[in-house]
Every structure is written in structure tokens, then in C-alpha cells.
Design a binder for this molecule. Structure first.
Ligand code: ATP
Ligand code: MG
Length: 237
């Protein structure tokens, strides 16, 4: 067992609300771990604590054994943590190709090579024809794809995905499953949040279920499908 990420008793409070109420979770290197749970159960807040947008009031978050609590998002990104956002953050006034290149601004590779890589990645997500289109002209689903494409070209080795498939066509989702699995084979680790249970079941090595800021279950598809607490809090709705 070799966790790339380990959180211990993480607490995040907003006013009187304990959005995270003692989350302890470990993510093994080269795995795909999914976090599911009802709306408002703390999933996005958890990612925001991992990548430094929020600082938890209590608890510890370790990346490869070193605490990253209090580090800025920029520093955590440099340590190899990449993420997508539930609401896409595409740069509106630059092209699709430039959006991808924006995630490798400090790369030492020659720009020609980076452009070739960016075009190859766009090809894989079926967006080459849109390379000169401005970010603001993309549909919601296309922005989701662009967010993923930006991660593929970066050196991130722990990738946090917040609802990456929302609004993405089923055929393209299947392509993404292949791509995520391929990247996992190459050594990347994924922490996925999704309400799309088919995606979760198709991809996950382990599924963790949140409810009211706590972990209420973890295990395989079978484990969580047969867990009474999960059925009551989530799957049974
Ligand atoms: N910045 C904030 N200020 C105040 N409350 C917040 C803030 N961010 C999140 N919350 C609250 O914390 C709780 C957890 O929210 P969070 O966004 O983490 O849920 P989620 O599990 O990602 O839900 P969803 O499935 O709807 O995306 C919610 O009750 C939410 O209203
Ligand atoms: Mg969320």
C-alpha cells in the first residue's frame, strides 16, 4: 500500500456548518478513487481543501507523506496536483489551443513540440476543428472536454476531477474512460467526483461515499450497492 494522498480528520467549517466533519481517506498511487454522495455532502469542499483553495480548520492532508495544509493552490499545483472544476474555468478570450498551452506556460519543452502535443490531445477529444475557437464560444460540454485536455498536457500526477462528465455526450464519455484508464496505466492517480454512477462504476477501483461531511462507506461497487446507509442516504433516492 502506497498512498499518494492521505487525509486525516479533515474539518472545514462555513459559519455554523461543518461541511467536512472529520474526513479521513487515503488514495493509492495509480488508482482511480471516486467520491460520491448527495448534493451538499462536502465533495467539492474536499477537493478545495486538497488543492489549497480552502484551509481546513482541523486535520492533516499529506501528499506523498508531506503535509500540504496551508500551501497555496499554485504551490500544490507545482507539486503535481491538477484538477478540473464543477463549473468550467475556460479562459474566454483566448483560443482553445491557447487554453491548452496555458497549462504548460513554464514548461521547458519547445513551443513547437507543445503545440504538436496540444493538437494531438485535441484530436483525441475530437476538438481539432475548434482549435482557433475562442473559449467563450464553446458549449458547456466542450468546456468540460477542454478542461480535461488541459490536464492531459500538464505534468500533474494526481488528478482531481469534479463532475467531469456533466453534459458530455455518451460516445465521448466512453473515449474519456479509455483515456483515463490509459493515463492510469502510465502512472497517474485519479480522484473523481461524479453523480454519473455508470462512470463511477466503470472507472473506480474504490468508491468512497460522503454524507453530511462524513465518510459513510467505502469499497467496491458491490460493497456500496449493498450498504444500507448508502442506499438510505444516496442511491435509494
Ligand atoms: N464557500 C462557501 N461558503 C459557505 N458554504 C459553503 C461554501 N462552499 C460550500 N458550502 C456549503 O458546504 C456544503 C458542502 O458543499 P459542497 O459544494 O462541498 O457539496 P457537494 O458535495 O460538492 O455538492 P454537489 O453534489 O451539489 O456538487 C453545502 O452545504 C454548501 O452549501
Ligand atoms: Mg460539488
Amino acid at each position: 500500500m502506497n498512498p499518494i494522498l492521505q487525509t486525516t480528520d479533515v474539518v472545514k467549517v462555513f459559519g455554523g456548518l461543518r461541511a467536512l466533519d472529520g474526513i479521513s481517506l487515503s488514495v493509492e498511487e495509480n488508482s482511480i478513487t471516486s467520491v460520491i454522495g448527495p448534493n451538499g455532502s462536502g465533495k467539492t469542499t474536499f477537493l478545495n481543501c486538497i488543492n489549497g483553495i480552502y484551509k481546513p480548520e482541523e486535520g492533516d492532508i499529506r501528499l506523498r507523506g508531506k503535509s500540504i495544509v496551508g500551501a497555496s493552490p499554485h504551490v500544490i499545483a507545482r507539486l503535481g496536483v491538477g484538477r478540473t472544476f464543477q463549473i468550467s474555468r475556460t479562459f474566454k478570450k483566448i483560443s482553445v489551443l491557447e487554453n491548452i498551452l496555458s497549462s504548460v506556460l513554464d514548461s521547458e519543452k519547445p513551443i513547437k513540440q507543445l503545440k504538436e502535443e496540444a493538437l494531438e490531445i485535441l484530436g483525441r477529444v475530437g476538438m481539432v476543428a475548434l482549435k482557433d475557437t475562442l473559449g467563450e464560444e464553446l458549449s458547456g460540454g466542450q468546456q468540460k472536454l477542454l478542461e480535461l485536455a488541459r490536464l492531459w498536457i500538464s505534468d500533474a500526477d494526481l488528478i482531481l476531477l469534479d463532475e467531469p462528465f456533466a453534459g458530455v455526450h455518451p460516445d465521448l464519455k466512453a473515449e474519456f474512460y479509455k483515456e483515463i484508464k490509459r493515463l492510469r496505466e502510465q502512472g497517474k492517480t485519479f480522484l473523481l467526483i461524479s453523480h454519473d454512477m455508470k462512470s463511477v462504476y466503470t472507472l473506480s477501483d474504490e468508491i468512497v461515499v460522503f454524507d453530511l461531511g462524513k465518510v459513510i462507506a467505502r469499497g467496491t461497487e458491490e460493497d456500496i450497492k449493498n450498504n444500507d446507509k448508502v442506499i438510505e442516504a444516496y442511491l435509494g433516492i
